[in-house]
Design a protein around this ligand. Structure first.
Ligand code: HAM
Length: 443
């Protein structure tokens, strides 16, 4: 092709691509106002509650070896088999974006020698996790989790402390009607016996199960119990229940958990079908709901969070035996609930809004901002705006008590005008008294 024609072809291709902007990936979402304000609010409540319960903060990487999740979450789980963002790096490492935090937290516990720290070790973290799920209301491919893990105690009272903290957190976020569902899935020993019973029960019904359950029958029979598909529901009613197969030790543990809940007045609902979708759990498992946490799309009800005991997980990763218990909460699901009650979030406010007229005043305002860094007066400004009307509108939006107005005359006289935004009364002061005047006037 002659060179000019080739270039023309390239230009028209470029123009075409301009008409097709690159869009966000399916199932991902930007966190913008007001959701971002809920995120910030949730994080600061977490910090407060975490320190009350003695948890330290920890960051774990977004990217880990695939093996970490295969070994701890479980190679036959939906999360690992169907939902993990897994790929090979240029160097040939098989890695995955974390689908959850617990596996990384356990790896960090082992790798940082935390078994030698003063025990118990209580850790929390927060950040995005990734699951290649079918996007729908409350279900994203990148979503945020708040994660709390309590290492080194097999005592049933710890299960209750962890669950109580989850309820406490959700209530501190302002969520009403928090409901805790609870079950025990026993230890490796008694769960094996139960699995066999469940298989015997479902064998004759296998033909009538949904496709997913047919494949779970061999790979992960327990998951048949939390299948949400309509056609599988009728078989659950008569299915054997784990609680009837708990060994002596697991039974005693669970009885103590229920006893402590009652003593503490921690309300719960026993759900014999609660098995959780991750393999590392043993004994106590639980999920948090609100009374109205139905899927907005009309589907199955969505949990705000879930967790349980995971006493085997350090061993699964070749670490020292370390009983542990924890939970994670879904940040978007909580933010959505808060969004239904607009009063639950405070709007951004400032005490004084700087309004400038003309180029020299713009520069002066920018110079003044620096001085307010360590002052208790909260200020707002936008030197990018020239229109007076737009600046006053902004001052209103931020509910400013005062406007500090600087125009050409004020630059010349070295003064500023203080306007009370409610009464409209204006007074003029020397510029070098600005900080004192504001400190004095701001309520
Ligand atoms: P999980 O039940 O898989 O547990 O997730 C915890 C919470 O994360 C869910 O209850 C839900 O609120 C939120 N979540 C999960 N998947 C999605 C999604 N696709 N979109 C939006 N939100 C979602 C765990 O991840 C365990 N690691 C919890 C744990 C901690 N167990 C012991 N320690």
């Amino acid at each position: 092709m002659p060179r000019r024609k080739k270039e023309q072809g390239k230009v028209s291709r470029d123009r075409k691509s301009l008409k097709h902007p690159v869009q966000i990936l399916k199932g991902m979402h930007d966190v913008v106002y007001p959701e971002v304000a809920y995120f910030e609010q949730l994080r600061s409540v977490c910090q407060e509650v975490a320190s009350r319960y003695g948890y330290g903060f920890l960051e774990v990487p977004v990217l880990e070896h695939q093996d970490l999740f295969k070994k701890s979450v479980g190679g036959t789980t939906d999360i690992v088999q169907k939902e993990m963002y897994a790929f090979k790096t240029r160097g040939g490492d098989e890695v995955a974006l974390r689908p959850e935090f617990t596996a990384g937290m356990v790896r960090a516990y082992i790798e940082n020698g935390m078994s030698n720290w003063p025990q118990p070790v209580k850790l929390w973290t927060w950040g995005p996790a990734f699951r290649y799920e079918n996007p729908q209301a409350g279900r994203y491919r990148q979503f945020w989790q708040i994660d709390f893990e309590y290492f080194t105690s097999a005592d049933p009272i710890v299960d209750v402390e962890v669950m109580q903290m989850g309820v406490d957190l959700l209530k501190s976020f302002g969520i009403k009607n928090v409901c805790l569902e609870l079950n025990s899935i026993g230890c490796w020993g008694c769960r094996d016996t139960y699995r066999k019973q469940l298989k015997n029960y479902y064998r004759s019904k296998k033909r009538k199960l949904c496709l997913d359950c047919k494949s779970r029958f061999d790979k992960n029979i327990l998951r048949l119990l939390d299948c949400k598909n309509e056609q599988c529901q009728p078989f659950k009613t008569d299915a054997p229940q784990m609680l009837d197969y708990l060994c002596k030790e697991c039974n005693a543990h669970f009885k103590k958990v229920l006893g402590y809940c009652e003593e503490l007045g921690l309300g719960y609902v026993l759900n014999p079908f609660l098995v959780r979708g991750l393999d590392y759990y043993n004994r106590t498992v639980f999920e948090f709901f609100t009374q109205n946490s139905e899927n907005e799309g009309g589907g199955a009800k969505l949990a705000l969070g879930g967790g349980g005991r995971f006493d085997y997980s350090t061993q699964l990763l070749a670490g020292p035996e370390t009983p542990a218990c924890g939970f994670a909460l879904g940040v978007e699901r909580i933010a959505t609930l808060l969004g239904k009650d607009p009063k639950s979030i405070s709007e951004p406010t400032v005490d004084a809004y700087f309004v400038q007229i003309g180029e020299p005043a713009r520069v002066r305002v920018l110079g003044l901002i620096e001085k307010f860094k360590r002052c208790r007066v909260r200020i707002g400004f936008d030197v990018g705006r020239e229109s007076l009307r737009a600046q006053f509108k902004s001052a209103d939006r931020f509910h400013a008590q005062f406007a500090v107005i600087i125009g050409e005359k004020e630059i010349f006289d070295n003064t500023f005008i203080l306007r009370d935004m409610v009464s409209g009364i204006q007074e003029t002061f020397p510029i070098d008294t600005l900080m004192d005047v504001l400190r004095d006037r701001v309520k």
